[in-house]
Write a protein that binds this ligand. Structure first.
Ligand code: GDP
Length: 444
């Protein structure tokens, strides 16, 4: 994507399909002229934020549609350029006709995320806010929307800016000491620098710890079902979803790849993941499936370990894990009573849909615990998490300078500032920007 592309561009900001209305956005210096042309001279000098109804026409003066047009004057628009929103009736045929007309007037189609990218390049928003717009659009829960909106408003950016200026002022007095080189004051300077760095490290790790929380709130919790072949994973997956998504057979190794489906549990948005059964195998495809299962288990927010007999206590892995004993329909009554009293297990018959409600209740409880609101500001993207980890690493190294070497402290503080700059998009390599904006659709 070329961020400095010239010209006026347009894109459909609503999903393509049939609907009451659809919105086409146009941004760039030709916007006013375009309005004049398509309204057959009825809208010559639009005023900022003016909204009115017009008939619009193609170049042969054929009527396209009766639409609502809003104009935003540069620099007070989303992109910082002249910006138009045309609200047509929501029919793809109408959208096509508007597109043809705009092409004929010399406009080009926007690239994915170009409206938001232009807003970033024109300093209307920083990179954190740009990402937050994406997470606001994609959030699957009310809380996800709330925290994304908080970040769009600049609350997280404000906090990051404050942390960055604390590093700059720490670097300032370290460098001052370096310049005047008075060894008497050196100890005092180092003590003060260490105190500031420790505080910054606390704030940094607090923000990093919110990444998982925010991911659950916006995208949904990743819940992986794993265990030995034929434990009943696919049957449970289908029971949790309430429809037959995965193929169930008694042939071991049927599920070779991971299968994911979005669902909800209580107030939580979740992604259930059915996996290949873990066993030693020579089949190369199944081997890949087993590797993928292990990766999913290590990154999941919650994992359901499926077993068909009670595991030894030492084999239980309570962290992020719910152990589910399946096929209880095959148990004798006395055995069933025994396992039902085992607090480490959730007992189900995936096939007969027994115990599923209890399992869902338990999942809901675990997710409630994981998403208890701790702090006002939360990060919402892996990129933000990585930049903060880079800053944390530099701060940690500054703190660990054993020889009390001010120059090395200054070096690592400079590194931490760079990481914060990348986080906010003050300096961002092209590939970082590409990574952020390629996740957007055309029209955003
Ligand atoms: P996976 O390999 O772990 O995904 O297991 P499947 O879901 O494919 O199930 C393997 C076999 O166990 C199938 O024949 C299922 O019908 C059977 N099965 C699954 N759950 C239950 C259950 O709760 N009770 C009984 N009796 N059989 C089950």
């Amino acid at each position: 994507m070329n961020g400095n592309k010239e010209g006026t561009y347009f894109g459909l900001s609503t999903p393509l399909g049939r609907s009451a209305t659809a919105t086409i956005r146009i941004s760039g210096y030709k916007s006013k002229g375009v309005l004049n042309k398509i309204t057959a001279g009825k809208l010559k000098n639009p005023k900022h934020k003016n909204t009115s109804v017009f008939d619009i026409y193609n170049k042969n003066n054929d009527l396209i549609d009766n639409v609502l047009i809003t104009f935003f004057e540069a620099p007070n628009s989303y992109t910082g350029e002249d910006l138009v929103e045309i609200h047509t009736h929501g029919n793809p045929v109408i959208i096509d006709m508007v597109y043809d007309t705009l092409f004929e007037l010399g406009l080009r189609l926007a690239e994915p995320g170009e409206f938001t990218r232009t807003a970033y390049l024109n300093d209307k928003i920083d990179l954190i806010q740009a990402e937050s717009i994406l997470s606001l659009i994609n959030s699957n829960t009310k809380e996800g929307v709330g925290l994304s909106l908080n970040n769009v408003s600049g609350s997280l950016s404000k906090k990051i800016k404050k942390m960055r200026s604390n590093i700059i002022s720490t670097l300032g007095f370290v460098e001052y000491e370096l310049d005047i080189s008075e060894t008497d004051n050196q100890r005092e300077t180092i003590t003060q620098a260490h105190k500031n760095i420790k505080n910054l490290l606390l704030e940094t790790s607090e923000l990093i710890s919110t990444a998982k929380y925010a991911r659950i709130k916006t995208i949904g919790a990743q819940i992986v079902i794993y265990g030995k072949p034929n434990a009943g994973k696919s049957t449970l997956f289908n029971s949790l979803l309430n429809y037959d998504r995965s193929i169930v057979t008694d042939i071991k190794g049927t599920t070779r790849d991971t299968i994911e489906e979005i669902s909800t549990v209580g107030n939580h948005s979740v992604v259930f993941i059915d996996t290949a059964g873990i066993r030693t195998t020579e089949d190369p495809i199944e081997k890949l499936g087993v590797k993928r299962t292990q990766e999913k288990v290590s990154t999941a927010d919650l994992s359901i370990h499926m077993v068909t007999s009670v595991p030894k206590k030492s084999k239980l892995k309570p962290k992020n894990n719910i152990t589910v004993l399946n096929k209880i329909d095959l148990l004798e009554k006395s055995e069933l009573n025994k396992v039902k009293n085992n607090k480490n297990l959730v007992c189900v018959s995936a096939k007969n849909k027994m115990g599923i409600r209890l399992l869902l209740k338990r999942i809901n409880k675990e997710l409630d615990l994981k998403t208890q609101n701790k702090t006002t500001n939360q990060i919402t993207s892996p990129r933000q998490e990585q930049s903060l980890k880079n800053a944390q690493n530099e701060l940690q190294r500054a703190l660990e300078c054993k020889e009390d070497n001010l120059e090395i402290i200054a070096h690592h503080l400079t590194g931490a500032i760079k990481a914060f700059d990348i986080l906010m998009g003050r300096t961002s390599p092209d590939d970082v920007l590409e990574g952020v904006f390629s996740n957007f659709c055309v029209g955003k």
